[in-house]
Design a protein around this ligand. Structure first.
Ligand SMILES: [Zn+2]
Length: 87
């Protein structure tokens, strides 16, 4: 049985296969919740779901769609917002 601190579900469990075929459990921090659209609340595509330390390592173009309101609004809400601005 793992030590008391690892028995809680605060940490997520990831099974890792060892070279000999046996499995061991790695205890990792939980990933943050996915980015959501500021208007409708839909999950945003193209926005990585990772810890800030990992986000810092990836390039800017991989962090959010490179369109107006990319990473803040979903595509349909962004389209409406742009139409609103033009009117
Ligand atoms: Zn939306």
């Amino acid at each position: 049985m793992p030590r008391p601190a690892l028995r809680s579900r605060t940490l997520r469990r990831v099974k890792k296969r060892l070279p000999g075929g046996a499995f061991i459990i790695h205890y990792l921090k939980r990933r943050p919740s996915p980015a959501r659209c500021a208007v409708c609340g839909k999950k945003l595509h193209g926005v990585p779901r990772a810890k800030p330390s990992i986000i810092r390592r990836i390039s800017k173009s991989k962090k959010a769609p490179s369109r107006p309101y990319g990473g803040n609004l979903c595509s349909s809400c962004a389209r409406e917002k742009v139409k609103e601005k033009v009117r």
